[in-house]
Design a protein around this ligand. Structure first.
Ligand code: SF4
Length: 112
């Protein structure tokens, strides 16, 4: 865990809220709740920089589509592989490629 992660506003929140239902629900709908938490998070900037390559979930007060736009503006890969994502840190949670897949699977399963 990086030092800034200890101050994450989401550290005690259910992870699946940050990844949405995975059922095609519009991004603007499922991201509203986690974005409200991010808005007051003291480590928002650090979180975004650590996770700008992550293609799913809310990080640093940004949605997946917003981070895609940031990657485009910075000349970064638009769709980095999950293996590249695994090299990124994530506030409070472990973001190994397997952890990402498992979390997304559980999020889909939880919503049927
Ligand atoms: S996802 Fe990042 S910015 Fe949002 S609450 Fe968690 S640590 Fe803070």
């Amino acid at each position: 865990m990086e030092s800034w992660e200890r101050d994450a506003a989401c550290k005690d929140a259910p992870t699946r809220l940050w990844f949405g239902p995975g059922d095609g629900t519009q991004e603007r709908l499922w991201t509203a709740a986690p974005l409200a938490v991010c808005a007051a998070c003291p480590v928002k900037i650090e979180c975004l920089e650590a996770n700008v390559l992550v293609t799913s979930g809310v990080f640093g007060g940004t949605t997946p589509n917003e981070r895609k736009a940031i990657r485009a503006a910075r000349g970064l890969p638009l769709w980095p592989s999950v293996f590249e994502e695994g090299g990124q840190s994530r506030a409070v949670r472990s973001y190994s490629p397997d952890a990402i897949r498992k979390r997304e699977y559980l999020a889909r399963k939880a919503t049927g």
